[in-house]
Design a binder for this molecule. Structure first.
Ligand code: AMP
Length: 462
């Protein structure tokens, strides 16, 4: 028997038999690493993307724990979108085929609430749903969570991206403290770690891909002649590597604006971030960069402080940082969450001494690489994947992420996977949608109502 065979696990015979009828013989890496802990009743944090087999990992865990004879909600799975919730519910039903009378119910936004209330009156063992709608049911008193002994957050990073933090907190407040909690996420920004600290007890970390440290950042150095050459070098690097998200560091405010303007002029999607921006403009700039509707952010160190953005493809030092500590800090922002990071640094002859002082292993002359060929300048600049829509209603108007998601993906709407980050401010909200569905998204939001009101919606032009 192989070490990763499901039969090595302490699972009910009926569950095991069904797995082999589904053609699941060997565990996937995430299953092999997490299931023994899950079945031992431990809290588990796991890095799992779609396709890794994560659903079966937590699905088997919750089914093994379930007492079918107790007709109460015992497991709750929170998902960011209706599509994912439907997929998860389907997989749980497949895994549960061998157990009679298990009731799995999905509760998602964008669907009418009446039939859901009806189904809840009939009872369920397992609820799979989106945080906004589950919170609605809790507020209406149509759902009770006092028998939940297994709570699962699926794609936790994406739920936070979509602004579900408050709803998730409110839901967890209503579950018993004595419960097992599993958290699955593709990335681990600080926000996830602080949630894990609050809601989990001695969690076991399962990471299939290794995380990175500064040593896994690839650094490249390029010597430039003068300021004009520096700008050309920046464009060449961007055209060659075509990052989805890149952060360019300058040493002065004025330079951030100049460089961003020049990049725009070349056809790139770029914005400057510096201390002179008004709060509203700063918020909007950060929203657009984080939701991938702007590909390049040109910033000073001070302005970039506290920037909570994951998965930067590249950090580019337009000038070398004043101090080596600053340099390490800058380049540490690339390649989070297990992916390899890349940092490009441009320096002039006068800055060579700074390069030498960064690291004894870096030689400003020997380690300077050649820039990509000038012929690349003929290529067109990369375009962002997403676009940002601004809705003139926010927290004060009680607009919530679920309302926006529901309005976009409701009848004849766009697919959940075409919706990106949703961020809500006091009087306005931003939602990212794929570039190719901007018009239908504007139409859905413009025609539909949020909280029974129509709000003005517009595209923020890049
Ligand atoms: P997920 O990452 O949970 O979306 O699962 C990806 C797909 O892999 C689903 O279609 C599962 O049915 C399938 N799957 C999960 N675990 C296994 C396994 N151990 N062997 C074969 N297929 C699996």
């Amino acid at each position: 028997m192989s070490q990763t065979a499901f039969s090595t696990l302490k699972l009910h015979a009926a569950l095991l038999k069904n797995l082999s009828s589904l053609g699941y013989e060997e565990m996937t890496p995430i299953q092999a690493q997490s299931l023994p802990h899950i079945l031992a009743g431990k809290d588990v944090i796991a890095q799992g993307k779609t396709g890794s087999g994560k659903t079966a990992a937590f699905g088997l865990g919750l089914l093994e724990k379930l007492d079918v004879k107790r007709f109460r909600v015992q497991s709750l799975v929170l998902c960011p979108t209706r599509e994912l919730a439907d997929q998860v519910a389907k997989e749980i039903r497949r895994l549960a085929r061998a157990i009679h009378n298990i009731k799995v119910l999905t509760l998602c936004g964008g669907m009418s609430i009446g039939p859901q209330i009806g189904s809840l009156e009939h009872g369920a063992h397992i609820i799979v749903g989106t945080p906004g709608r589950i919170e609605d049911h809790l507020n209406k008193g149509t759902l009770q969570l006092n028998n939940v002994n297994m709570l699962i957050l699926d794609e936790a990073d994406r739920m936070l991206d979509m602004g579900f933090q408050a709803a998730i907190d409110a839901i967890i407040d209503q579950t018993p403290e004595q419960r097992q909690t599993l958290l699955f996420s593709a990335t681990f920004p600080d926000q996830i770690q602080s949630i894990a600290k609050r809601i989990m007890v001695k969690p076991v970390m399962v990471q299939v891909a290794s995380t990175h440290d500064n040593a896994s950042i690839q650094q490249h150095f390029f010597k430039v002649e003068n300021n004009e050459h520096r700008l050309t070098a920046l464009c060449l690097l961007l055209l060659q590597h075509r990052p989805e998200s890149a952060l360019v560091f300058c040493n002065t405010k004025r330079e951030t604006q100049e460089v961003a303007d020049e990049l725009l002029h070349f056809g790139f999607s770029a914005l400057a971030l510096h201390g002179d921006l008004e709060q509203r403009d700063r918020d909007q700039t950060l929203v657009r960069f984080a939701n991938k509707s702007v590909s390049i952010l040109v910033a000073t160190d001070v302005a970039a402080r506290g920037l909570d953005i994951d998965a930067l493809d590249a950090v580019i030092n337009y000038h070398i940082a004043h101090e080596s500590e600053g340099h390490v800090h800058r380049i540490g922002r690339t390649g989070r969450a297990g992916s390899k990071g890349t940092a490009y640094s441009l320096y002039s002859g006068k800055e060579s001494y700074k390069v030498a002082s960064l690291d004894a292993n870096v030689d400003p002359i020997l380690d300077s690489e050649s820039l990509p060929p000038l012929s690349l300048l003929e290529e067109s600049a990369m375009k962002p994947l997403m676009a940002t829509l601004q809705i003139d209603g926010g927290k004060k108007q009680k607009v919530r992420p679920g309302d926006i998601l529901g309005a976009l993906t409701g009848k004849n709407g766009i697919a959940g996977k075409q919706v990106g980050k949703i961020q809500i401010f006091d009087n306005w909200a931003y939602v990212a949608v794929s570039q190719d569905v901007v018009q239908p998204a504007l139409k859905k939001l413009g025609e539909g109502k949020l909280k029974g009101r129509s709000f003005r919606v517009r595209l923020i032009h890049g």
